[in-house]
Write a protein that binds this ligand. Sequence first.
Ligand code: BJ8
Length: 426
Amino acid sequence: MKMADYTPMWHSLGLDVEAHDGLLRVLGDAYKDIYLSQENRPERMDYFDFVISEIHGLRIQELMEARRDGRRVFGSFCLYVPEELILAADGISVGLCAGADVGTEAAEKVLPRNTCALIKSFFGFKLSALCPYIEACDLVVGETTCDGKTKAYELFNDYKSTFVIEVPHMRTSAGRQLWRSEIERLAAKIEHVSGREITADGLRKGVWIVNEKRRALHRLNALRRSNPVPISGRDALLINQIQFYDDPVRFASKVNALCDELDERVQSGVGVAPADALRVLVSGCPMAAPNWKLPFIIEKNGAVIVGEESCVGERGTRHLVDDDGATVAEILDRVAERYLRTDCAVFTPNPERLDHIAEMVRSYGAVGVVHYALQFCAPYTIEAASVERALGHERIPLLKLETDYSAQDVPQLETRVQAFLEILKR
Ligand code: BJ8
């Protein structure tokens, strides 16, 4: 299908249209190699292929139309920003571009070189005028997770209005209190920006929509426990990435439709990889779209990824918000509780994450874990040692990798992955 001409829209958003065309060309080629070349893909991946082909086109058009209808768009880079609150004010939540090696030179004029690729990427996208989502949103919501993001948002606010919420780093009673009050402060800000009151009904609806989206992803994850596995890790990652862009109701229905097909595959023993393919779990930093480098390397070397212990994966979706709150205050309590359970490495101590990785290895039948950390990401590179220790106790093999968004280290990564897969085979 031929893409419509979105050039006037991109101009109106202030994008560098020429550079943006170049970016879409590069991504289109990468997508063909990494995704469309896969054999025996589920047919209903066609919807997700379509979303990707229109990710800077039709979806942005939808956002602009929603804005014309008076709805507001909120962008974020982190799981600690509750979509439920945004939906409660009839707003739209979008994840912002942060997964490509783009605008690095411009970003490094502002940020130190030894900043993680994700932070440099979102700066690069903004400074190079390449992310239509950043331009289409009314407010960016940042968070004090790692030091890099915390300080970067101060600077980012010079380019785009950014509201920062404070995420505690310990689940103490003081931390819980702080977080509950931050949820309230964010709700007030969303009300102010959107000009709409957040009511108990609105919150209930927001909770229901996001829970349904997560339930659909739980269903997808459960199907990946089968052997042979009915869908590749690359495709599952893609779906997890798309959840941050797509309309949540439409997304959930498309994931459920895909799961119906995967159910049939499982019934008839159809897999995307042979039943004896090595089953690997990936754990660590989030892989924002279009960061597909490592999954491609792992799977093109014959293994299959059966789960992601990641914010773009099960860390972000496993908990639901309890839907038994009646008043605004009660529902905000439930939202705050649910989000504080997210076991990001910025928390200390963080034993839930270590338990969860081992539990995922068992439940997905994985034979090894690839720990993926972005260079200069202190929380995940340091916590990798605790992961190693915890998995060592259970004799679960682990490969620790540090990388960035460039293609320079692909040969070294491939060599290390191949060596690890050889060990797993033995
Ligand atoms: S909840 S993982 S999305 S903070 S990679 S910017 S931690 S230096 S992305 Fe994250 Fe929220 Fe946690 Fe998830 Fe910093 Fe590390 Fe960079 Fe990171």
